[in-house]
Ligand binder design. Structure first.
Ligand SMILES: Cc1cc2nc3c(=O)[nH]c(=O)nc-3n(C[C@H](O)[C@H](O)[C@H](O)COP(=O)(O)OP(=O)(O)OC[C@H]3O[C@@H](n4cnc5c(N)ncnc54)[C@H](O)[C@@H]3O)c2cc1C
Length: 388
């Protein structure tokens, strides 16, 4: 048994702690704020296997299979629902692109199909079908509650002995050559240190500063935070817009009915680099912009009251694919998840825990695709479709 430190108590860090504990490892998990306070509790709840490249499709197909069993495995209600994702095409070129994506997804067992607007209207009763030619529909995509999911993983991880500490910031790493030997952290007013055998950087938007602590260049994995906002309406009757509905050519704008209370979550690709790393301030421009799109997708929304608006970070790499793998002898990273870290967490956590503990995994995660050193080599992947 070795002692593994995980830095970052979002869904990736917490789920990886759980998976490592299952493998019998001793785990200490550090979160500088409260668990989930980074991107995780700000996400739009969406889970999809509708990607446009083999690596992400295969990873997400596996992840969706884990999501299907997660409630039973963790023993908690996490409100996972397979209510689908519906992408909408506004022109013939997009319809052709959808057909190609569907062919690729079907090849790897994801049951997406092209549907007409009559069927789309049956699935989303408040949909404005007029601007759209066709939809890419996968009924196995879905959504889950990020709060319940993180706390379910955390509860089970602690039960298996994980030392999970919140309000405990990691401030440094001690290393000898390519081996990290200890983690320094703030405990109240004091700086303490703990010897470890391996360290996982799961700090997402903050990951570059953790890499620097390990003696690496900050930009070895060039992750930048982008402020991404959401708006939520008052609860509507369930069944109005259960799938995530997105016309990608409308600035990646989307709506999805919250599986918990029936409010409609409205998102969009309108985003900004934050003015400073803790810039979580919602903006009026976004509110107006996102609602213009939302009402075009589903006109009855013009009668719904907005009850919340919030912001979080998409932690983006240049190709919008995460960096997952080994950076030094015993120093690993899983960060830079853009708009898809919540949905990927069950698969990524299992694969990463296997890598750290056993050196191999059955999870179909293409290590080469997500290699954290690909940016250094100038080998960008095709850009992952980034919305939730
Ligand atoms: C508005 C919005 C909508 C989204 N919608 C979706 C969606 O529908 N589906 C989806 O899959 N994804 C979505 N995402 C993306 C998703 O939220 C993230 O990819 C995911 O939560 C990343 O999880 P994480 O654990 O890697 O990072 P985080 O949740 O950001 O956790 C990283 C943690 O590291 C901690 N940390 C940083 N530095 C230190 C330190 N020195 N010491 C200790 N702790 C530290 C931070 O406090 C933070 O809590 C969305 C994101 C946003 C912002």
């Amino acid at each position: 048994m070795s002692k593994v430190a995980i830095i970052g108590g979002g869904i990736i860090g917490v789920a990886t702690a759980y998976e490592l504990a299952k493998l019998g490892e001793e785990v200490i998990l550090f979160e500088k704020n409260y668990f989930g306070s980074g991107s995780t509790f700000r996400c739009a709840t969406g889970i999809r296997a509708q990607f446009t490249d083999e690596a992400n499709i295969r990873l997400m197909k596996y992840s969706v299979e884990r999501w299907e069993r997660l409630e039973e495995e963790l023993g908690f209600d996490i409100n996972f629902k397979q209510t689908g994702y519906l992408f909408l095409a506004t022109n013939e070129e997009e319809v052709e692109a959808f057909k190609n994506n569907i062919k690729l997804q079907n090849k790897f067992g994801v049951p997406t199909r092209l549907i007409d607007m009559d069927e789309a209207k049956e699935i989303v009763p408040i949909l404005n079908t007029e601007p759209f030619l066709a939809g890419a529909w996968n009924p196995k995509d879905g959504k889950a509650n990020p709060f319940k999911t993180l706390f379910a993983y955390l509860f089970r991880a602690r039960e298996m002995g994980v030392d999970a500490r919140e309000y405990t910031e990691v401030v440094g790493l001690e290393h000898e050559g390519d081996t990290v030997t200890a983690v320094k952290f703030r405990n109240g007013g004091k700086i303490e240190s703990v010897k470890v055998d391996a360290v996982i950087n799961a700090a997402n938007a903050w990951a570059p500063s953790i890499n620097a602590m390990a003696g690496l260049r900050r930009d070895i994995v060039p992750i930048k935070p982008y402020k991404h906002q959401l708006v939520k309406t008052e609860p509507l009757e369930p069944g109005q817009a259960e799938p995530l509905v997105c016309p990608p050519s409308w600035n990646d704008s989307y709506i999805i009915q919250d599986g918990e209370d029936g409010g409609i979550i409205c998102g969009s690709g309108i985003e900004h680099e934050p003015k400073h790393p803790w810039d979580y301030e919602p903006t009026y421009d976004f509110l107006v912009g996102v609602l213009r799109y939302a009402v075009r997708i589903a006109p009855p929304l013009k009668h719904a009251h907005v009850v919340r608006q919030w912001a979080g970070f998409y932690a983006k790499t240049p190709d919008k694919n995460p960096a997952i793998g080994k950076l030094l002898d015993n120093f690993y990273i899983a960060a830079g998840f853009s708009g898809h870290g919540f949905m990927m967490a069950p698969a990524v956590a299992e694969a990463l825990a296997d890598l750290v503990s056993k050196g191999h995994t059955k999870v179909p995660l293409d290590w080469d695709w997500y290699d954290p050193y690909r940016f250094e080599r100038g080998e960008l992947r095709s850009s992952a479709f980034q919305i939730g």
